[in-house]
Design a protein around this ligand. Structure first.
Ligand code: EPZ
Length: 451
């Protein structure tokens, strides 16, 4: 059996509507903004809910397109989903009667592949579409599939679909990944929790979202422990029960607002953050010389406020620095675009090294439309030369994180800019325009019928 070459896809919201951000930039930001729950945690917690016939209640779930897409996919499987209060999602997988995740679901969102492990472990079978690649490069799922095979699953690949089955319970095993993978680690855990015996995952991803998933699984009765920074040990159990869990804050959204304050200028209090999840990003701000403070959160004693005081354009420049992405605890690849944008305000040449994905610097060409001086030296390396005085422009959003970053560039540019493809941003940033308007920005979101 050979796995076919993954195809490429571009996210379509399922309509012919063209969504555009209209932005009049150049005004410093001021005020406070509260971060939402982490997208990349919530999606995996939702997948975990399929491991039990009892209800799983999630709190602090962000209001995002990606959450809606996964809810729809789960609903099609027979999972009952309700939203009894803002930010709360109740999932009840008592009557799952359809073990099929179609191409339509996988093409909209790669995280649909997170259903492989839990459905296989609980029901012994699933047919699931290959999610393919996306605009940040080829994104294979071979490591997920290998992990399931290590646990005893039989998996065939035909016509774009993985046909996975397990003749009995999965069997605990040692899973050794050739490289760190976040969703691969999570999928392996979601399968191993119901396997017979012990599973050891190494190297296991260390992202806070992985630990959030461990926390929920243990509340459900699983036995999962991080026995070393990069080792996760799972003792399989026969069944799991319901639980209630609050999603951790979105460290990427927090970093995006911090970068906004640094680039646009102003004084912004980012509430509800967990600074211990943001070490590498905070270190980068220190290196650049961006003034920031960790303060108490007036509404939530368990969280903090990250206050960022950015230099107004013309009031000074930052120091050049190097943005080098790495698996956690390194600088997240998802923060590479906003972090890279901060380099435009530094006096001199700075470098960006993208080490996780093979094609995640494409967004830099869109940045030129706003007056930035960037050179992409190879698909993983770029030079940014500052300081930039931003000018208004028009750009098309290529993907989620890049999209949010082009919004920041437009907010920094005095005058009127248009950013097309706003739906990409709504995949991962809850109510972004309301949040920026709350900080004094002039930003609206317009949907137009495409010609
Ligand atoms: C998660 O993707 C995130 N997605 C990504 O966020 C994030 O960029 C990425 O982790 C890295 O932090 C979600 O959590 C939903 P990986 P994931 O497996 O798990 C290669 C966003 O903007 N690889 O850690 O899919 C892969 O190609 C998104 O919110 C294989 O070769 O990333 C990459 O080079 C974008 N085979 C590297 O491993 C596999 O089977 C790390 O990817 C799996 C991965």
């Amino acid at each position: 059996m050979t796995d076919a070459k993954p195809f490429s896809w571009e996210y379509r919201p399922g309509t012919t509507t063209r969504e555009t951000f209209h932005i009049t930039g150049g005004k410093p930001l001021a005020g406070s903004v509260r971060v939402s729950g982490a997208k990349n945690s919530a999606l995996k917690l939702m997948a975990a809910a399929t491991l039990t016939g009892e209800r799983v209640s999630l709190e602090n779930v962000p209001g995002l397109l990606d959450i809606d897409v996964l809810s729809e996919t789960l609903n099609d499987l027979g999972v009952q989903i309700s939203r009894p209060a803002p930010g709360r999602l109740d999932l009840h997988a008592a009557n799952v009667d359809w073990l099929f995740v179609p191409l339509e679901a996988a093409a909209k969102m790669r995280a649909s592949f997170m259903l492989l492990g839990p459905l296989l472990a609980r029901f012994g079978q699933v047919i699931i579409s290959n999610p393919g690649g996306d605009r940040i490069g080829r994104r294979p799922v071979n490591l997920h599939v290998d992990a399931m095979r290590a646990l005893g699953a039989e998996i065939d690949y035909r016509d774009g679909y993985y046909f996975a089955k397990s003749p009995g319970r999965l069997i605990g095993a040692r899973i050794t990944f050739p490289q760190v993978t976040v969703m691969g680690t999570e999928n392996a855990m979601l399968a191993a929790v119901l396997a017979r015996g012990t599973t050891i995952i190494q190297p296991a991803a260390q992202e806070p979202e992985v630990d959030d998933l461990i926390a929920l699984l243990n509340k459900m009765g699983a036995q999962v422990a991080r026995t070393a920074p990069d080792v996760i040990e799972v003792q399989g159990v026969a069944s799991l029960s319901g639980a209630t869990h609050q999603v951790i804050p979105d460290r990427i959204e927090a970093g995006t607002f911090a970068a906004a304050a640094a680039v646009i200028g102003g004084d912004v209090a980012i509430r509800g953050v967990e600074p211990t999840h943001m070490g590498a990003f905070l270190a980068l701000m220190t290196q650049l010389g961006v003034e920031h403070h960790i303060e108490p959160d007036p509404e939530d004693a368990t969280r903090k406020t990250l206050r960022v005081v950015g230099l107004a354009p013309g009031a000074g420049d930052y120091q050049p620095a190097e943005v080098r992405t790495a698996p956690y605890p390194g600088l997240p690849t998802d923060i590479q675009p906003p972090a890279g944008l901060m380099l435009t305000r530094a006096n001199g040449a700075s470098m960006i090294h993208e080490t996780i994905f093979e094609d995640r610097l494409e967004w830099l060409s869109g940045l030129r439309a706003f007056g930035a001086q960037v050179e992409v030296l190879d698909p993983r390396t770029a030079r940014v030369t500052g300081p930039t005085r931003f000018s208004p422009g028009e750009a098309e959003i290529p993907d989620l994180r890049a999209g949010a970053t082009l919004v920041l560039a437009a907010l920094a540019a005095p005058g009127s800019s248009q950013i097309h493809g706003a739906h990409h941003v709504r995949r991962g940033y809850a109510t972004i325009e309301e949040k920026f308007r709350g900080l004094g920005a002039d930003m609206t979101h317009v949907s137009e019928e495409a010609g």
